[in-house]
Ligand binder design. Structure first.
Ligand code: 5AD
Ligand code: SF4
Length: 456
């Protein structure tokens, strides 16, 4: 291996969604396979990788202002290189190259899978593939790891830029996915988050999403499986039944709804009605009574009347989401909705505030019901972990262990512990360990008992 490369460090800055985080991880792995070392300090780095997002204008602006600031960073040390990747890079490749001529490489979101070859050229290596060390090292020992199962989106929601920057759907084979799952498990992962823009539309050969869920759940070393982000249209009975039946599949769901008004859902081309969404959720709650539900809403979409907005508020009241991301509509050039007249920022902001207040009120009510309950928490790091329903929990060892007369021990990342929730005032819950650590096998038995609803 070339010693100059061996000592080279890179820094990654990621904007945007989990797909981007997964892409950054993938690119980091390629760089590490070439002998580069990741650093958390930009001053220490020779390569700066900025992975951009363009889903809303604000996200794009932030990424570009960071790229602008990198001119000085680059000038400080000869040989430094800047790589800009991701969705904003795909959308504005030429503009980026014109405005920031000091950028060395632009890799659009559609080309992430070609990053390896592109990085090869950037590093100006004349080594053959055989010379490279293809044993992909651990990026970080992550207890919860992302695995991308599909790329792109075949939908064309009228507000959304994603289909333009990420292209049509392509699915990875089940073998490839299971191989990646094994790699992540070897690196310390216990929980796998399957990722895709409409993750549950997955299909490859005869395999559908439910088959994949089952296969990943049964892979050696996998204790928990989640997925993000599903589309309501593909939340089929089979997927719901699989979630309820397979113990490793967690009963927490993030299911973007975008609006509570049928008029808006139609204008957004979402391909479902409010009633269909509600009935899906009811079905799921029957199968998994304790499941958590979160969602995305867009407020201030062109033409959204006060009445439409009220429908969004009433859906929040009706379904009582555990939490939700409320986005202010952002016009994206090239999308169908960009031709419609936008509302003034003040109106969008006012609806945003009203929606946030309601979401917060309900989220607090829902969280406080968790106080006193026992939860299985998978520890990720520093005494923080997550419940199966995806609530973040801070584990307070001190109080519990002192009372139980036990020595103060750290809960290790990757362990699943039984925790009693003691405080739910903040989004991150507080809890205390009960009865020391319990193995996963025990949970499997218990979970099977409480989670499967036969409907009888
Ligand atoms: N404006 C505001 N929010 C948007 N989203 C996607 N496109 C836009 C847009 N143009 C939101 C949707 C989606 C989430 C990832 O981002 O709610 O679910
Ligand atoms: Fe965008 Fe709709 Fe595709 Fe989601 S389903 S990425 S919102 S076009």
């Amino acid at each position: 291996m070339d010693p100059t490369i061996k000592n080279m460090k890179f820094f990654v800055r990621t904007y945007g969604c989990q797909m981007n985080v997964a892409d950054s991880n993938e690119m980091s792995r390629h760089l590490q396979a070439r002998g580069l070392v990741e650093t958390q300090d930009p001053d220490d780095a020779s390569i700066m990788l900025v992975n951009t997002c363009t889903v809303r204008q604000h996200a794009e602006d932030r990424a570009f202002s960071e790229v602008g600031r990198l001119r000085k960073w680059k000038a400080k040390r000869p040989g430094r290189k800047i790589v800009v990747t991701g969705c904003a890079a795909e959308r504005t490749k030429e503009y980026l190259e014109d405005r920031f001529p000091f950028v060395d490489l632009v890799v659009g979101a559609k080309s992430i899978e070609d990053f390896e070859q592109m990085a090869h050229r950037l590093l100006d290596r004349r080594v053959t593939d055989e010379e490279l060390d293809y044993v992909v090292p651990a990026v970080e020992d992550k207890v919860a790891a992302f695995v991308t199962i599909m790329r792109g989106c075949n939908y064309s929601c009228t507000y959304c830029i994603v289909p333009y920057v990420r292209g049509r759907e392509i699915y990875h084979s089940m073998d490839r996915i299971l191989g990646e799952v094994q790699d992540r498990v070897r690196e310390g992962a216990r929980e796998i988050m399957l990722l895709g823009q409409t993750v549950n539309s997955y299909r490859h050969g005869d395999h559908r999403f439910a088959d994949l869920l089952r296969a990943v759940a049964n892979a050696d070393g996998v204790d928990r499986v989640r997925f993000m982000s599903p589309h309501p249209y593909y939340m089929t009975d089979l997927v719901v039944e699989t979630m309820a039946e397979v113990p490793q599949v967690c009963e927490g769901l993030h299911l973007p709804v975008q609006s509570g008004s049928n008029v808006m859902l139609k204008a957004m081309a979402r391909n479902y009605t409010r009633e269909q969404y509600v009935s899906r959720i009811e079905k799921m709650r029957q199968a998994m009574p304790d499941m958590s539900l979160s969602t995305d809403f867009i407020v201030g979409f062109p033409g959204e009347t006060e009445e439409d907005f009220q429908q969004t508020l009433s859906l929040i009241e009706e379904l009582r989401f555990d939490w939700a991301f409320i986005f202010k509509y952002s016009k994206r050039e090239g999308t169908p909705a960009a031709n419609l007249e936008s509302y003034p920022e003040s109106l969008i902001e006012e609806r945003h505030q009203r929606c946030l207040e309601l979401i917060d009120r309900i989220a607090i009510e829902k969280r406080s019901k968790l106080v006193g309950t026992m939860q299985d928490v998978l520890v990720e790091a520093d005494n923080f972990g997550r419940t199966r329903t995806n609530y973040r929990v801070h584990i307070n060892r001190r109080a519990a262990q002192a009372r139980q007369g036990a020595a103060l021990t750290n809960v290790a990342p990757g362990e699943e512990v039984r925790v009693r929730i003691t405080n739910a005032q903040r989004a991150t819950l507080e809890g205390e360990i009960q009865n020391g650590n319990v193995t996963f096998e025990n949970f499997r038995q218990e979970d099977a008992g409480v989670r499967i609803c036969t409907g009888e």
